[in-house]
Write a protein that binds this ligand. Sequence first.
Ligand code: ATP
Ligand code: MG
Length: 402
Amino acid sequence: MEFDQIMVRYGEMALKGKNRHKFEQKLQSNLAHKLKKFPLAKVKKTRDRMYILLNGEDPYEVMQTCQEVFGIQSLSFALRTEQDEGKIREAALFAFHDAKQASTFKISAKRTDKTFPIKSQEMNQLLGAHILKNTSNVTVDVHQPDVEIVVEIRQDAVYVTSKKYPGAGGLPVGTTGKTLLLLSGGIDSPVAGYLAMKRGVEVEAIHFHSPPYTSERARQKVMDLAQEMTRFGIKMKVHIIPFTKIQQKIHQEMPEGYSMTIMRRMMLRISEAVAKEQDILSMTTGESLGQVASQTMESMSAINDVTNYPVIRPLVAMDKLDIISISQKIGTYDISIRPYEDCCTVFVPKAPKTRPKKEKAREYESAVDFSEDIKEAVEQRELIELKLQTELKSENEFEDLF
Ligand code: ATP
Ligand code: MG
C-alpha cells in the first residue's frame, strides 16, 4: 500500500472573498512550477480543494517540496480506495502508521454517498477497533487526538487522509503585488525578501556593486543568494547597478561623516527610478533598528527623505538572532557568511554620523550635481533573470541502475 495523493489545505486564502479564485490559480501554478522535478506528479483542483496526484512519485519528497510553497496551511497524505470495508480498514491503519509518534487517535468518517451501507458512526467504531487491534499502547481520544484520520466515503471512491503536516503559511507569491528588494550580500536582506514573499509579494532584486573595489566573487555571492530565493519565489529578476562612479564622487566631494547617509540616499533614488520603470510600487530593505550606525531612527528618516515610495522593512523590529535563524532555515545563511567586500564596507567612513539630519544631507548634495550620474547608473544596469532550478530526480535514479 502507498499514498497516492497529497491533500492541500489553504486556510487564509478562504478569507479573501472575491479574490479567492485568483489566489487558488496562483497557488496551483506555483505548486506546478515547484513540482516540475517530479514529472509524474500533477496538481488537481476541485471546487473546494487542491490535491497533488503522485502517480508513483515519492510521497515524502513531494511533501517536503510542497512545504516550501507559500499559501498552504497544512497538508496530508491521502489514499484512494474502493468502497470495500476490508480495503477501507487497511487504508485507515496504513494512514495511522504515518503518524509515527502518535499514541492517541480519532477516526472521522463522513458518508457523502448515502447508499453506502455502513453509517458514519458505525464506521468510526469499526475502523477504531481495527487500529486498536493492530497496534499497542495506542488509545482513542475524540477531543484532542495526536492524529485524526479522516475517511470520506464518496460515490466514486473512498478517501483516507493521514496526519496534518504544516505548510509554509502566508499567501501565494504573486498575489499581493511586487516589490524591489535592495539585496546586498549580507544576512539580512535575503531574509527581508523571504518575509515579503511570504505575504504573497513577488520580489525583484537590485544590487549595487563597485568594481574594481568589489570583486566578481562578491557579485556572484549576490546571484547565489537570489538563486536560493527562487526556491520560494519561483523566479527573480536581478538588476545590477554600476555604483563605482557615484561612490567615488561621494567619497571625494561629500563630508566624510555624511558619506554613508548620502550613499544610501543615492541607492534609494536609483532604486525608485528602476521600480518606476518596472511598474513596481514599493521597495524593501533588510534594515533593522539599532543594528549599525546607518540604522538609527534619525538615519532612516534622513535616508527615506528622498522618496515617496513605501519602503518596506520586514526586519525592523527583529533581533539579529531571530534573523539568523530564519536565514539558516531558508538556506541563505551559508552564502551570506562567505567573506566578501561590500560596496558599503569599502567606502565606509571611520566615523559615520549616527544621528544625521536630512536638512544637512540635502544641503551637501545641493552643492554637487548627481542627476546625470543617477541617470547613467539606471541606464547602464545589467538585468539577469533567474528561475527555480529543477534538476530532474530521474538522473539519480538512473545512477542507481548501474
Ligand atoms: P544586510 O545584512 O542585508 O547587508 P546590513 O545589516 O549589513 O544588511 P546595511 O549594510 O546598513 O545593513 O544595509 C541596510 C540595507 O541596505 C540592506 O539590508 C540592503 O537592503 C541595503 N543594501 C546595503 N548594501 C547594498 C548593496 N550593495 N546593494 C543593494 N542593497 C544594499
Ligand atoms: Mg550589509
